[in-house]
Write a protein that binds this ligand. Structure first.
Ligand SMILES: Cc1cc2nc3c(=O)[nH]c(=O)nc-3n(C[C@H](O)[C@H](O)[C@H](O)COP(=O)(O)O)c2cc1C
Length: 333
């Protein structure tokens, strides 16, 4: 008997496969987002990547993605109130996304209540990024419909728990949980769904695809990396971010400097330090991801890089993951 791929997540998002193409700064080019959705998963727009890295106006960029696929897409909203100007811009982007028909939102940091109110008003859903029960409680108090459980194997800002530990910790909330981190093979995908996750969010695997417009040396570095080549660096944002261990990363060191750590301790100082980090790292990561010479070897990737052995199309990845799930015995959803 073929297993149904339907889960509470697929019903929320209106997609066929319980898979999210995670938002990635700077790697979420519009063609990549569209390809994930077209293949049956949910492609998620990273707004700063869409505009600052890939040069689209926000509304025009969403329309461009929608010209490539008529399947649902999502949007990532980093809602930490870091500055009034940033907040106003994110708020306007959310309104534009809603006007353009986006109905699935992933909020990161901050209190998601105001996003939930706007999105629920038009029948959409909001999932919130969390790394522990403490953050899940805050997100759920804001009314979110599901949780993105970011584990310690994730690319981007990693959590500190294993996918199994995090599932046990979060399952008492009885909302759909999405496993974010460490999945790039059918085997790991099926394992996460068997644990009870309603979907899996992938990032690293999608960079080594034909549809991703990241530079070839970046893609090849992911193909060549093993799990042990992924290290956590505080030098980008002050909190650990997973990067490939390259000569550049070794020269920079992995820990924040004593001055940066001092800045991060005070409430006010922390605000300025975060702003400085954001400006510097947005620029550095953009340059590195697009540099075809490979000299700027500053590349984010998670431990799932160990399961990436070739550059393929997004559809091949989605088909492989869906097939691994279909092979599982059917169970009551
Ligand atoms: C290069 C890169 C950039 C990322 N940028 C973001 C981001 O801007 N916002 C976000 O919520 N998650 C970001 N992530 C996390 C992904 O959305 C996803 O949760 C993660 O990659 C899953 O782990 P995996 O890389 O092992 O598949 C990023 C991940 C990578 C690899």
């Amino acid at each position: 008997m073929t297993r149904s791929l339907a889960t509470p997540f697929t019903r929320h998002a209106g997609v066929a496969v319980p898979l999210i193409g995670g938002p990635m700064y700077p790697c979420s080019n519009p063609e990549l987002v569209a390809a994930v959705s077209a293949a049956g998963g949910l492609g998620v727009v990273q707004p700063v990547s869409l505009t600052y890295v890939h040069g689209h106006g926000f509304r025009e960029g969403i329309r461009y993605i929608r010209s490539l696929t008529d399947k649902p897409i999502g949007m990532n909203a980093l809602i930490e109130a870091s500055s009034k100007k940033y907040f106003q811009r994110m708020s306007a982007w959310i309104d534009v996304a809603l006007e353009e028909g986006v109905r699935f939102f992933i909020t990161s940091l901050g209190n998601p209540r105001w996003v939930v109110e706007r999105v629920h008003a038009v029948g959409g859903v909001v999932y919130h990024d969390v790394t522990s029960a403490k953050w899940a409680e805050k997100g759920l108090a804001g009314g979110v419909d599901g949780l993105i459980a970011v584990n310690r194997r994730a690319g981007g800002h990693a959590g500190d728990k294993s996918p199994e530990e995090l599932f046990v910790e979060l399952s008492r909330f009885e909302v759909p949980l999405v496993c974010a981190g460490g999945v790039a093979s059918g085997e790991r995908f099926a394992h996460a769904i068997r644990l009870g996750y309603a979907a899996v969010q992938i990032g690293t695997r999608l960079i080594a695809t034909r549809e991703c417009t990241a530079a070839e040396p970046y893609k090849q570095a992911i193909v060549g990396a093993g799990e042990e080549d992924i290290v956590l660096s505080e030098r980008l944002t002050g909190v650990p971010v997973a990067v490939i261990d390259t000569p550049y990363v070794r020269r920079m060191g992995l820990r924040a400097s004593p001055f940066e750590r001092w800045m991060l301790r005070g409430r006010r100082r922390k605000h300025w330090m975060r702003m400085a980090y954001a400006l510097k790292s947005l620029w550095q990561l953009k340059r590195a991801s697009l540099d075809e010479t490979g000299r700027r070897d500053y590349w984010q990737a998670g431990k799932s890089a160990g399961d990436v052995h070739s550059i393929v199309s997004v559809r091949e990845i989605v088909d492989e993951l869906a097939a691994a799930l279909e092979a599982l015995p059917a169970r009551v959803q």
